[in-house]
Design a protein around this ligand. Structure first.
Ligand code: GUN
Length: 298
């Protein structure tokens, strides 16, 4: 039997429509729309394409959007001054500095300079702390984990009491999603295990999982025999394994052997078209939330 596909591309469309409708309502009632600034330093092609898509999506849902592109040799002090300017700008609800930054700039110092109440990436230590506490404390959950949780909820998967196994312990995905799944609340209340490169017998842990979330960055790491029949499999991996000779586009593969896994899992996310499209979607949701917090309507 083939697993139900959890398509990020479809869920993205639903959520972006919901956001667009809410932005229109707020505009009518309060006369304002969310403002998002993305700061891009230099000309890294991958960063340019991410930022372009973020700006395009912000425009689509009715936000005011600013793409602030800075030269690769901007000084750290000047970049910090720019962030300070946007921190003080009342029309801006979300500030995103695309990383990685050039080597002469300390990423951490820059990200930590963003006002936590405009940190729609959810990377600032204050927001990491808020996420750890959970409940009403949470303002901006980081976008990829928030997207994963939303997909699990919208796929109708029971999380309460479920065994969740997270493969990978990064600050951007593994640690925050594990933390979110164990909190009290919707799409959570799970029993969570994090496994990583030093874990003994990865397979044995994965086999216990009712929900298996894989963010390891290793193509085809998870074998079909590691999957419990009927489990929900969320594949966060985006691995470039080659180039399509005809289109010139990268060939992407997840961390899970998809073709074999879909015969065993109950539901599964494809790569591409699974978790990927959710990240920018949740960035939009966080930016909308930021304005709602400011207006006191959230
Ligand atoms: N670079 C790659 N992904 C991201 C992201 O989600 N946020 C930021 N700020 N930079 C990134």
């Amino acid at each position: 039997m083939s697993a139900q596909l959890i398509k990020g591309t479809e869920i993205r469309e639903q959520i972006l429509e919901e956001i667009t409708a809410e932005v229109a309502q707020i505009k009518e009632k309060h006369g304002v729309v969310p403002g998002l600034v993305t700061i891009l330093v230099g000309e890294n092609p991958a960063s340019i394409s991410y930022v372009t898509l973020k700006i395009k999506t912000a425009h689509r849902v009715g936000f005011t959007e600013i793409q602030d592109t800075q030269p690769v040799d901007i000084s750290e002090a000047d970049l910090l001054a720019l962030i300070d300017k946007y921190n003080k700008d009342d029309s801006i609800n979300g500030i995103l500095v695309q990383v990685p930054l050039p080597k002469h700039i300390d990423d951490k110092k820059v990200l930590n300079a963003i006002d936590p109440d405009k940190d729609v990436d959810g990377f600032h230590p204050v927001n990491v702390g808020r996420l750890m506490i959970g409940g009403d404390e949470v303002k901006f959950p980081p976008c990829t984990p928030a997207g994963i949780q939303e997909m699990i909820i919208r796929a109708g998967v029971e999380t309460s009491g479920a065994e969740v196994v997270v493969v990978g312990r990064s600050n951007i995905v593994g640690k925050p999603i594990a933390n979110m799944m164990l909190q009290k609340g919707k799409g959570a209340n799970a029993t969570v295990t994090i496994v990583h490169t030093r874990t003994k017998d990865l397979a044995a842990h994965c086999k216990r999982a009712d929900i298996l979330i894989v963010a390891a960055g290793v193509p085809d790491l998870v074998k079909p025999e590691w999957i419990k029949p009927g489990a929900c499999v969320i594949d966060v991996g985006v691995n470039r394994v080659g180039v399509n000779e005809k289109s010139g586009k990268a060939i992407l593969k997840g961390d899970v052997d998809f073709d074999a896994a879909k015969e065993i899992a109950g539901c599964i996310t494809p790569v591409p078209g699974g978790v990927g499209p959710m990240t920018i979607t949740m960035l939009m949701l966080n930016t909308l939330k930021s304005l709602k917090f400011k207006l006191g309507i959230e």
